[in-house]
Ligand binder design. Structure first.
Ligand SMILES: [Zn+2]
Length: 241
């Protein structure tokens, strides 16, 4: 069960991210301090009053072993895909908080895990590209969780991220409840990549969850059509199956 938050709680928590919303105004900082006393942050993993991602959950996630890289003989476009774990437990809770509870700071520890997974591969990546949301959905949510994850990976690895390199042109319906073939049809031709940004580069696509791989495959196709030399995929979790 994900922790339940007061509706305005997460907005307040944003100030705990260094440089994000931290106010330099001393009055505002005292106000923030007071709000912390009134509404102490809760961990998105275990729910205990501590921080948005407590040390125990962070350590638990850090110690989870990485599953093997999948070489995709079935994929025409992706060289390989790596994930950092199954879509369960703390990783699932962390992604839930990132996507649906507006706790954007969780992208930092999850991004560090992505970077550690990437460091374990032999891939040489030129550019990170987050899987885009359709502009309508992004405006609704206020952010793209995959871009936050990619940005955290970029921070750790120094590999540049280009969030404008790939666009979702069609607002595809949710993939939930669709089988593999339906998912493929649903996202086919939904993406368009910019040749001026990614031609002749090795691209790493970053997303939150790997389900059937239909979305990553459609993105990889678009990126290759735009002239990229090779494409890999990296996600926080993979659904069982
Ligand atoms: Zn916790």
């Amino acid at each position: 069960m994900p922790a339940i938050f007061l509706p305005f709680r997460n907005h307040l928590e944003a100030r705990h991210v260094p440089g994000l919303l931290l106010s330099r105004d001393p009055v505002r900082r005292w106000l923030d301090f007071g709000l912390d006393l009134l509404f102490p942050p809760r961990c998105a993993g275990c729910g205990r009053v501590d921080s948005i991602w407590c040390a125990i959950c962070a350590q638990e996630v850090e110690r989870l072993p990485f599953p093997a890289v999948r070489s995709l003989s079935t994929s025409a476009s992706l060289q390989a895909v790596a994930v950092t774990g199954l879509h369960e437990g703390r990783l699932q809770q962390g992604l839930w908080a990132l996507k649906y509870e507006n706790i954007r700071q969780i992208a930092v520890p999850l991004g560090q895990r992505l970077a550690a997974r990437l460091a374990d591969t032999s891939w040489t990546i030129d550019t990170l590209v987050p899987v885009p949301l359709h502009i309508d959905r992004q405006q609704q949510r206020g952010y793209n969780q995959a871009a936050l994850l990619a940005s955290a990976v970029s921070e750790v690895t120094g590999i540049p991220m280009l969030s404008q390199a790939l666009e979702r042109q069609i607002d595809t319906r949710s993939q939930v409840g669709l089988n593999a073939e339906e998912r493929q049809a649903n996202v086919q031709d939904a993406f368009r990549a910019r040749p001026d940004l990614i031609a002749h580069q090795t691209i790493l696509l970053i997303d939150d969850v790997y389900t059937t791989g239909a979305t990553l495959e459609a993105c990889a196709q678009a990126v290759l059509e735009a002239g990229a030399s090779a494409v890999y995929g990296l996600t926080v979790t993979a659904a069982r199956g």
